[in-house]
Unconditional design. Structure first.
Length: 97
């Protein structure tokens, strides 16, 4: 079964409030088996438009990635993030070759 991934590009306007989002998303991420592959870090943007923070989160399956996003616990965390950031995100199924 292919893994699932969240790929996000975020611009944060209020880092202190965003830290509360990070604390709040820890429980649903643990519940759904999330693992950060990219969390900020140095980047180059050779094409298109990027935001200042890039994130890739791996889940055990595409279904788990969707279920985490749709969970009440994650939606509560997201409600903290929404007023203080702009986020582009896709949830994508991994490729197994």
């Amino acid at each position: 079964m292919p893994k699932g991934y969240w790929i996000g590009s975020v611009e944060v306007d209020d880092l202190e409030t965003y830290k509360k989002y990070i604390a709040a998303n820890a429980a649903p991420f643990a519940q759904y088996g999330a693992r950060f592959l990219v969390r900020g870090g140095q980047y180059t943007n050779p094409e298109g438009t990027a935001r200042s923070r890039n994130v890739v989160i791996e889940f055990p399956s595409y279904a788990a990635a969707l279920a985490c996003y749709e969970s009440a616990a994650y939606q509560a965390a997201k409600a903290i993030r929404d007023p203080v950031s702009v986020n582009n995100m896709v949830i994508v199924e991994g490729y197994e070759g």
